[in-house]
Structure formats: structure tokens, C-alpha cells
Ligand binder design. Structure first.
Ligand code: BES
Ligand code: ZN
Ligand code: ZN
Length: 442
């Protein structure tokens, strides 16, 4: 999708909301397209209408024209059109020659900048969706690192480090997960350093398991293919960092992504193993499928040690959070109420829905181990998502930190009855992170 900010003209298909139509219904009348919306769900009604209009025109391409008068409408129409125009058929014949859909958005002068900004954000949401949908034999940790490097520029430095470096840094938790895989693991580091930044360095940390089989604690085979989406946290922070740099937001960003496969084999780590993470703490392995918290342990410590003042991590971390909130909301945890207020506001403005969950020292017993400083899972079927957050907390050092568990909304098994019209990657988090960076800007 491409966005032009201008009034509609002759050839355009003009789209608008029609309150008299049932939600989701589309009526085409010559060059006019009317869409029914559910106005009880706020701007997501219009986002859905824009997505449906774009989806109905996607095959033919051309231009769909909308007009917007408020900030929320601009966001909803730009994002909705991008969601609707998106094509999951990356590997299908004809993908590269598919027609382009252009959005002509008629907006008042004071909203033009926002419209352009959201067009950039939408492009990076598409980017995160592509990364999630690419198959694990193509999107390896090294391929993900190459993708991140494609965004390098004057204010954005990108580097990545492989297995030997990870071992040399004593990242024993990350290295253990990676030991099962023939693919070289990568710690991907992006540093955005704009000239006009203030005191904040926003640390963006992402889990990027390019395929999670569960390891020795093997997952059941049903829908195991969805575990190619276990890199959505990394994809969100990489694409959001690229968007922040492209928009030139005046806030320093340090992005750290831990990427590997989690497989089984003679070199694989095992239940019973005790690992030592880069902050010196030891971890008893109870379940090799709880690998995300292990790679994040070393990535979080790295981000704090390298100057992040505020850290937020994104991870498809627990099935428990998926069960708690399903495919719509992410659940998050935060050790600082001031930072939490910014995250909550960013979530609400952006449209990436989320809900805060509790941290409490009394939950620490869930990760207590008889043999090491902590264990990576528990046999109690209790508070699985909170346990994971308490585990991560051990590696975050001093300062504000938040953990966003996106296991539900990041990679969906079936399309939702809203703007998320495709199974697979949704790009969850990109909008939220850009909004948060804007709020923390100097
Ligand atoms: N990647 C999974 C979590 C997940 C599940 C993401 C479903 C998306 C959809 C994670 O690595 C995992 O397997 N977690 C285990 C942890 C358990 C063994 C303590 C889980 O939640 O079952
Ligand atoms: Zn797992
Ligand atoms: Zn996983």
C-alpha cells in the first residue's frame, strides 16, 4: 500500500462508512464503496471498515479514497487500509507482480504529518508481518540479522554477533538454547542515536526464536508450524526501531534481539542442566520449551549493561498468556508505575490493545530451585505468565522495565472478525513501540 494525502479525484474508488449497513457489509455502487461499521468498538470499527474496503479492492489495485477529520480516523484509515491490502502469499506465484493499492487520504492540513507518519508505521507493520510469515528454513537468525542491517544509516548502527561471541560473553542461558541448532544464533544490536536526544535511552528487547520445537521437552505436533512465529517479539522491536529512526524521533534507542532455533539433538540442552547466565545467576532447566525466558535473560542484562535507562521487552513467551487473553490483547508487567502509565497511554493511542498484570515478590517462590538460583519453569499449573515475568525480572538490573507477553495477538491461528484479516503475523507491537518512543522523546 502507498499513501497519497490529497482530495479524491476522477479514477479513485471513493469509500465511506454507511451507518445503515450491517457491520462488515460492503456495497459497491459505481465508483463509490459503502461499508457498514460497528460503532460501539471505537476507532477499531473504522479500522475494520478500511481493512475490508482495501481487501475488496486488493486484487485489482488502483486507488481507494477516504476522508478523515480526526487523529483517530487518520490512524484507523491508514492502518486499516494497510492491513486489508496485505498479502500472506509471499511464496506464491505472482506475488511480486501483484497490483499496488494506493490510499488517497483527504485530511485537514494539521493532520497531514500524522498521516505520513502512520504510513511509515504501517510499512513497518507490514515488515513485521512478513518476517513472522516467512518460513523458518528461510528466516534463520542470520537472515533476521541481515534484515535488521538493511535499516542501518547515519543515525542507526546495526551489528550482530554469532555463537562464539555469545559464548565468549558468558551468555550461558542464550548459548544453551542455541546449542541444539545447526544455524548460527545471533544477538542483534541496533543503536539509534539522534543528535537531539535527551536523557532517556529506551531499551527494546525482543525474543526471536525462528522455530520453537520445544527442544527435548518436545511440543505436540498439532499446529507446530505456528512456532515459526516465535520470533514476533524480535520482529516488532526491529521494525519499530527502523520506523523510529526513519521518523527521526528525538529519543535514543538500544535494541537487542536474541535469535536462535530451539531444537533437539545430541548437543541440545536438557532438563536437569544448570546454566549460568551473563549476570552470574544460575538456572536449573526444568523444561526446555521454556526457552524464551533464557534467551531474554542474557539480552535483558546486555541492554541494561549497555546503557538502557528504560527497558521494554516483547516476547511470544507463554501459552498461559495466550489462554488468558486470547488473540486480541497482550498482557504486560512493569516494575515502575511512571513507566507503566506511558506504556498504557501508548497502547491505547496506538490501537495495540494490552492489559497490565501484577508482579509481586511473593510469586518468586514459583521459580525457587533446590539446586540453582532459580528454575526456568514449575510443575505447578499456576500463574505461568507471571512466573515467566518474575524469572525475567532477575535479569533486568536497576531501573524501569516492562515485559509484554504477545503470545496471543502476535501470530494468530485464524483471522479475527476485525482488521486482522489473515492468519499468521499481525505486526503487534510496532505501533505501540513507536507511540511509546514518541512519548519518551525529548
Ligand atoms: N513459544 C512458546 C509460547 C507460545 C505458546 C507462544 C503458544 C505462542 C503460542 C514458549 O516458548 C513456550 O513453549 N512456553 C511454554 C513454557 C512452559 C513449558 C513453562 C508454555 O507456555 O507452554
Ligand atoms: Zn518454547
Ligand atoms: Zn518459544
Amino acid at each position: 500500500m502507498r499513501v497519497e494525502i490529497r482530495p479524491s479525484q476522477g479514477e479513485d474508488v471513493r469509500a465511506r462508512v454507511d451507518e445503515s449497513l450491517p457491520a462488515g457489509e460492503i456495497v459497491r455502487d459505481g465508483s463509490e464503496l459503502r461499508v457498514g461499521v460497528d460503532s460501539s468498538i471505537g476507532s477499531d470499527g473504522l479500522r475494520t471498515a478500511a481493512a475490508l474496503a482495501a481487501r475488496s479492492l486488493r486484487r485489482q489495485g488502483g486507488t481507494v479514497a477516504w476522508s478523515a477529520t480526526t487523529e483517530d480516523e487518520v490512524r484507523a484509515i491508514v492502518e486499516g487500509t494497510a492491513y486489508g491490502a496485505y498479502d500472506t502469499g509471499l511464496y506464491k506465484r505472482g506475488y511480486v507482480s501483484r497490483p499496488e493499492l494506493v490510499l488517497a487520504l483527504d485530511a485537514p492540513a494539521d493532520l497531514k504529518q500524522l498521516a505520513e507518519r502512520q504510513a511509515t508505521v504501517a510499512r513497518h507493520i507490514d515488515g513485521a508481518r512478513d518476517l513472522a510469515n516467512r518460513p523458518p528454513n528461510d528466516l534463520t537468525p542470520v537472515a533476521l540479522a541481515e534484515h535488521a542491517k538493511s535499516f542501518a544509516g547515519d543515525t542507526l548502527a546495526v551489528e550482530s554477533h554469532g555463537r562464539d561471541w555469545i559464548v565468549s560473553q558468558n551468555m550461558g542461558a542464550f548459548a544453551a538454547v542455541a546449542s541444539s541448532s545447526a544455524q548460527d544464533p545471533q544477538l542483534i544490536v541496533m543503536r539509534y542515536d539522534p543528535p537531539n536526544a535527551g536523557d532517556v535511552t529506551l531499551g527494546l528487547v525482543g525474543k526471536a526464536i525462528t522455530f520453537d520445537s520445544g527442544g527435548i521437552s518436545l511440543k505436540p505436533p498439532l499446529r507446530m508450524q505456528d512456532m515459526k512465529g516465535d520470533m514476533c517479539g524480535g520482529a516488532a522491536v526491529i521494525e519499530a526501531t527502523a520506523a523510529i529512526a526513519e521518523l527521526g524521533l528525538p529519543v535514543r534507542v538500544l535494541t537487542v534481539v536474541a535469535s536462535t532455533e530451539n531444537l533437539q539433538g545430541g548437543d541440545a540442552y536438557k532438563p536437569g542442566d544448570i546454566l549460568r547466565a551473563s549476570n552470574g545467576k544460575t538456572i536449573e532447566i526444568v523444561n526446555t520449551d521454556a526457552e524464551g525466558r533464557l534467551v531474554l535473560a542474557d539480552a535483558l542484562h546486555y541492554a541494561r549493561e549497555n546503557g538502557a535507562t528504560h527497558i521494554i521487552d516483547f516476547a511470544t513467551l507463554t501459552g498461559a498468556m495466550n489462554i488468558a487473553l486470547g488473540d486480541l490483547y497482550a498482557g504486560w508487567f512493569c516494575n515502575d508505575d511512571g513507566f507503566a502509565a506511558e506504556i498504557d497511554a501508548a497502547s491505547q493511542t496506538s490501537g495495540d490493545l494490552s492489559w497490565r498484570f501484577p508482579l509481586h515478590p511473593r510469586y518468586r517462590r514459583l521459580v525457587d530451585s533446590d539446586f540453582a538460583d532459580m528454575k526456568n519453569a514449575s510443575e505447578l499449573r499456576m500463574a505461568g505468565a507471571v512466573l515467566a515475568a518474575e524469572f525475567l525480572r532477575e535479569f533486568t538490573g536497576d531501573g524501569p522495565w516492562a515485559h509484554v507477553d504477545i503470545a496471543g495477538p502476535a501470530f494468530i491461528q485464524r483471522k479475527r472478525p476485525d482488521y486482522a484479516l489473515d492468519q499468521g503475523g499481525t505486526g503487534y507491537g510496532v505501533r505501540l513501540i513507536v507511540e511509546l518512543a514518541q512519548r519518551l522523546s525529548a
